[in-house]
Design a protein around this ligand. Structure first.
Ligand SMILES: [Ca+2]
Ligand SMILES: [Ca+2]
Ligand SMILES: [Ca+2]
Ligand SMILES: [Ca+2]
Length: 303
């Protein structure tokens, strides 16, 4: 943040009796608390602050600070780095003034401008960056996500799960203030309908049953675990951690491509699925039989 190439740290503070901290790196890995010197006091005030990020939100080449705090005053706010006095933050923009329980930063609509995702106890929202206004700061428009599985949400990850070029949004469900293991991870599939972006809840074939791998999730790590170019999931829940490797739909022989061998497997399984249906991998749409829709899905993923 100070322009010397050494990474600095910002901590949003959960405690109601402590505030955020900005720790500045001297370049040798020694950090000094410069919160008071560099930031307005109202910005660092936190009550149930859960998340923050150091990113350049207004694309002026200087890193800014995004934070949330559940009980204000800076519910969802950005402190902007002063280009004429790098590393000092005078201008604050309060993006949203009601109680988000997390904040994540990413480009949701592929316009090159960073957007925000803010789940909350009530409706979860995303904020699209409309570009800088006359004040040099981004203008925002907020939209609700489709109704989620529950009212409480937390750690949020922005990642393009299905490689369609549009970032999807995963929201874990365990609320630190009111812990419960009964709710469920939301996966919002970005449908990418520019200019009016929309999302649809879609957990794929991940089991949603009570005490299953999507219930009582604290956090989810999204990365390519096996190096096949498709993002995988490591999901931490109340009852343990599960690893999910993303499959290429139609890759029935597991060789990483969809081709003639997969087509032959599908055709040899044509018709109603045996019992139990788990032994029917060619039933790509899970409707209980292998038919024309499965064939079309396989052909659509050819290659
Ligand atoms: Ca900036
Ligand atoms: Ca954007
Ligand atoms: Ca996507
Ligand atoms: Ca993978």
């Amino acid at each position: 943040m100070t322009g010397d190439g050494a990474e600095d740290l910002y901590f949003a503070n959960y405690s109601q009796s402590l505030e955020d901290r900005l720790l500045v790196n001297d370049g040798k890995g020694f950090f000094t608390d410069e919160t008071v010197r560099r930031l307005p006091s109202e910005f660092v005030e936190s009550s149930l602050g859960y998340a923050c990020a150091i990113v350049d939100m207004n694309a002026d080449g200087f890193n800014d600070i995004v934070k949330n705090t559940h009980h204000g005053p800076m519910d969802l706010a950005i402190a902007y780095n002063d280009p004429s006095n790098e590393g000092f933050f005078r201008v604050i923009d309060l993006v949203y003034n009601c109680c988000p329980s997390y904040v994540s930063v990413g480009d949701l609509n592929n316009d090159g401008k960073l957007d925000l995702v803010a789940p909350a106890d009530a409706q979860d929202h995303y904020f699209l960056n409309q570009g800088n206004g006359p004040d040099g700061l981004p203008d925002w428009i907020s939209f609700p996500f489709p109704e989620s599985s529950n009212g409480f949400d937390h750690n949020t990850v922005i990642a393009d799960l299905d490689n369609d070029g549009f970032n999807d949004v995963l929201i874990a469900d365990v609320d630190l203030d009111l812990p419960s293991c009964a709710q469920r991870l939301d996966i919002h599939h970005n449908l990418g309908l520019r200019p009016n972006l929309s999302f649809q809840e879609d957990v794929g074939n991940l089991p949603t049953d009570a005490r299953g791998p999507l219930r009582g999730t604290h956090d989810v790590a999204v990365f390519d675990l096996n190096g096949d170019g498709r993002l995988d999931l490591v999901i931490g829940t109340c009852s343990g951690t599960t690893i999910w490797i993303q499959q290429l739909i139609g890759d029935l022989d597991g060789d990483g491509t969809v081709g003639i061998l997969d087509l032959l497997i599908l055709l040899s399984n044509w018709g109603p699925c045996p019992d139990p249906p788990e032994g029917c991998p060619a039933d790509l749409d899970d409707d209980g039989s292998v038919g024309i829709l499965d064939l079309l899905t396989l052909l659509a993923n050819w290659g």
